[in-house]
Ligand binder design. Structure first.
Ligand SMILES: Nc1ncnc2c1ncn2[C@@H]1O[C@H](COP(=O)(O)OP(=O)(O)OP(=O)(O)O)[C@@H](O)[C@H]1O
Ligand SMILES: [Mg+2]
Length: 509
């Protein structure tokens, strides 16, 4: 280890600023001072084990979970929901590997028409789709609401009277909000004469170009859709890290959306299309991270079932909704579970859930400080460099500033955790100091964060309790004086404690 980390003072003398410090490429190496948690996270990634990270805020729990996910290989399977013609309310689930997925895409593309340059399309079509300006005729992408030629809105369809005054601005993407009042359309169906025959043709936005689907292509598309209508629930190309607050069962476990027309074969949206994945499914083959795990309360029990079975049904969660009758069984959810919690809430984690974690993973208490030695001081320099780069708006720190931050880390270890000869690992707070000092440096036009900037930042970044104590002497004095006139007559605290009413015989009114 000592080879890796040089003597602190030598390192400090050899750099001009923290810009010269190399940031490790391996994500877990960016977490400092939590060797045990980092070690277990590495193991959890390679052996697919669960983790419970325990400790106070801002010491790297989320960071460990994210770094763990970056150690995983990319997901190899996609989850699709397939229409069940016999019983539409019981759609099937299909899991496809990369080869299957690319086959699907090929099939679909074979049914797609040719892409043409918007300039090759009939002018009225290009206008309706938003590629051509109705005022000056200049072409641009449909994403741009205003024309680059004349700076006017490229509206093709006059906005109807009584509609929103901003209707012409609503044509961002023709997506969910492309209501009839939007100015341009996502697709236009028209007819054309070909070899003496009249045929239907559809023009559709396709990025920079326009997709033309002639009758043949339209039929093919319909057929592909008919063969096996499906929805991609969890795509192959996804991040292996899913952060869930577990705010609701729906978010965690998925849902089936409501449709006012229920499953009416012509009017309704078919059930398979209304199935929504939960965080547990999105985390398939990756990491499901839940911060403040005890906040989940009784919902925790679903996680333990999901962990055990590695598949969990999706059903409509609102009994009043048309989604309630829909259910997809066996949706895969094979995730690595990482939960985080504070020490004082530990007892609120369901014991069977803890038992699952211990049975197939590790619980780890994170450190709040680390011994003050050369190696750890060098790690703190790395931390400072990381924070500066991450912030992106502040300059790097000079060697003197680094020295001052390290000293502050020492005194915080003592004041927050009673640890002597130690450096604090409450690094979110220490990061706050670095950012505040960086802001000072920016304001004073300093090229690097200097010692003075740290001193000023220290004055400013005191907790509000400390500021109250300094201004009012005590918290109680502060409360007594922090009342408005209207408060005075009604607030019993003020009544009994203020000088005005002392020694008067007026009782509590
Ligand atoms: N051990 C660490 N190594 C490097 N940076 C850290 C470490 N701990 C905290 N940080 C810095 O503080 C920030 C907050 O840390 P993180 O979100 O991991 O804390 P946490 O323990 O998850 O806190 P909370 O309990 O509030 O969610 C990180 O983005 C990082 O900038
Ligand atoms: Mg966190």
């Amino acid at each position: 280890m000592t080879e890796e980390y040089p003597i602190f003072s030598e390192l400090l003398n050899s750099i001009r600023s923290t810009k010269d410090i190399e940031i490790p490429f391996i994500p877990l190496k960016r977490v400092i001072g939590q060797d045990e948690a980092v070690d277990l996270a590495g193991l959890a990634a390679s052996q697919r084990r669960h983790l419970l990270l325990v400790g106070p805020p801002g010491i790297g729990k989320s960071m460990v979970a994210q770094a763990l996910a970056l150690n995983l290989l990319r997901p190899t399977h996609e989850i699709q929901i397939v229409h069940n013609p016999e019983n539409p309310e019981r759609p099937f689930v299909e899991v496809k590997d990369a080869e299957g997925v690319s086959q699907d895409r090929e099939n679909q593309e074979s049914a797609e028409g040719e892409i043409i340059d918007p300039k090759e399309a009939p002018a009225t079509i290009a206008e309706k789709l938003g590629y051509k300006c109705v005022h000056c005729g200049v072409y641009s992408n449909y994403h741009d609401r205003t024309c680059s030629g004349c700076n006017k809105t490229k509206a093709a369809i006059p906005v109807s009277v009584g509609s929103s005054p901003f209707a012409d601005l609503n044509n961002k993407d023709g997506g969910a909000d492309s209501s009839p009042e939007t100015a341009t359309q996502e697709r236009v169906i028209t007819t054309r004469k070909r070899f003496g025959n009249e045929e239907v043709v559809m023009f559709e936005r396709a990025g920079e170009g326009i997709k033309v689907l002639d009758q043949q292509a339209l039929e093919k598309r319909r057929e592909v859709e008919r063969q096996s209508p499906r929805k991609i629930l969890v795509p192959l190309d996804r991040k292996p890290f899913v952060f869930s607050t577990g705010a609701s069962e729906t978010e965690l476990l998925g849902d089936v959306k409501h449709d006012p027309y229920g499953s009416h074969p012509e009017l309704g949206i078919p059930p398979y299309e209304r199935v929504v994945a939960g965080a547990i499914h999105e985390a398939h083959q990756g990491v499901l991270f839940i911060d403040e795990l005890p906040n989940l309360g009784p919902i925790q029990r679903f996680i333990l079932t999901a962990m055990q079975e590695r598949r969990f049904p999706i059903s409509g969660r609102n009994p009043q909704s048309a989604g309630a009758s829909v259910r997809v069984d066996d949706v895969p959810c094979d995730f690595i579970f990482v939960g985080a919690c504070n020490i004082q809430d530990l007892h609120e984690i369901l014991s069977p859930l803890r038992s699952r974690i211990i049975g197939s993973g590790y619980e780890v208490l994170l450190n709040t400080s680390m011994p003050d030695n050369d190696e750890n001081r060098c790690k703190l320099i790395q931390f400072i460099a990381q924070e500066v780069i991450m912030d992106g708006r502040i300059p790097h720190a000079s060697p003197e500033a680094v020295q001052a931050i390290v000293e502050e880390a020492g005194s915080r270890a003592l004041s927050s955790d009673g640890e002597k000869n130690a450096l604090t690992l409450r690094l979110r707070d220490l990061g706050g100091l670095i950012r505040a000092a960086g802001d000072e440096a920016v304001r004073n036009d300093h090229e690097l964060i200097q010692n003075d900037d740290i001193k000023n930042a220290l004055k400013r970044s005191r907790p509000v309790e400390e500021q109250i104590r300094e201004k009012y002497g005590s918290y109680f004095n502060a409360v007594a004086s922090d009342v408005s006139a209207s408060h005075r007559s009604t607030n019993p605290y003020y009544y009994w404690n203020s000088q005005e009413h002392k020694n008067t015989d007026r009782g509590y009114e």
